[in-house]
Design a protein around this ligand. Structure first.
Ligand code: KMH
Ligand code: ZN
Length: 308
């Protein structure tokens, strides 16, 4: 089995400040969270930005540039900037910071879907900021738009024109066939890094059968031209990424995907989750890949060719 890639998704755009006091919000919190995760063994850092004043998901390049240079200076990890942003953002907003920073990696979401966050609102009794409740409750009538034209635009503007490689976010079997379509169109070249995403309400559920089936279909569609990673939301995170490690896949942790470190216990840092999965996978006999090894595995352009 190949060395295992640990990705850490530091803050995301799903969780809101009232859900955990440990959710990184300011530039220094995001930078410290990312650097701590890298020091713990994360080779790829998946990054979103937030408005430091209230923790709201932000597409502002200035908010990204508040932490990107620090992370680059203080770690060798691969910087992977989300092009997904939040479902509330336009594509132009979602691409503003990635186009400016020209990172080694970007995420690419492989289909339009529902991205339902509203069930979480019912569990919050005290709100820190006015925007949180409507943000979460409004997701019952929100479409996370990723049309083929949107995907082609991202592949062109981030891949062809800026040399980024992709974390292909696949929430469903249909997304694998869409990725195959873009391979056939010549807009995507291997080695492919495919993120199987479980437990988002609007995507596939966190059932182990879905993981084995996603792998079965990805094997059929991509042969040995791909590597898969797994992320799972909330309490499903550790069981499913452990299953990925057993199946020869890679793993993603981070407070973007789960706020917990164990049942009923909030994670205080991203590094805690990195260290937990690192202990598990090393006990299973997997060796953790370094950023340099990940760059070789995924054919990345190198940290010196970013604009950060
Ligand atoms: N939030 C995760 C479920 C993206 O940033 O492009 C998927 C994700 C999407 O990370
Ligand atoms: Zn993300």
């Amino acid at each position: 089995m190949s060395k295992i890639i640990i990705t850490c998704a530091v803050t995301g755009s799903i969780h809101t400040p009232s859900m955990s006091p440990y959710l990184p919000i300011t530039a220094s919190e995001i930078a410290e969270g990312a650097i701590g995760a890298a020091e713990a063994g994360a080779a790829i850092l998946h990054l979103h930005a937030r408005d430091p004043a209230n923790g709201r998901p932000s597409a502002e390049p200035a908010h990204f540039m508040g932490f990107l240079p620090q992370i680059k200076q203080r770690s060798d990890a691969v910087l992977n900037i989300s092009t997904g942003g939040s479902a509330t953002m336009t594509l132009a907003q979602r691409l503003a910071a990635p186009k400016l920073a020209e990172p080694e990696m970007c995420s690419l979401n492989m289909g339009t879907m529902n991205f339902a966050l509203y069930p979480a609102a019912a569990r919050i009794t005290e709100w820190k900021h006015d925007w949180e409740k409507p943000f979460l409750e409004g997701s019952d009538d929100l479409v996370f738009k990723n049309t083929p034209r949107d995907m082609a635009t991202i592949l062109q503007e981030m891949g062809v024109e800026r040399g980024a490689r992709f974390e292909f976010e696949c929430y469903d079997i249909s997304h694998l066939y869409m990725l195959r379509h873009f391979v056939d169109r010549g807009l995507v070249q291997g080695p492919l890094f495919i993120q199987f995403v479980f437990g988002v309400l609007g995507g596939m559920g966190p059932d182990p059968e879905n993981l084995t089936h996603m792998k079965l279909i990805a094997d059929k569609l991509f042969g040995d031209a791909y590597a898969f990673s797994v992320l799972a939301a909330g309490r499903h995170q550790m069981p499913l990424i452990t299953m990925s490690a057993i199946l020869g896949g890679h793993v993603r942790v981070g407070l973007e995907d789960s706020l917990m470190i164990s049942r009923g216990v909030l994670a205080k840092t991203n590094a805690e989750q990195v260290l937990k999965i690192r202990r598990i996978v090393e006990d299973l006999g997997r060796e953790v890949a370094s950023p340099a090894e990940v760059r070789a595995m995924l054919g990345l352009k190198g940290a010196d060719r970013t604009a950060i």
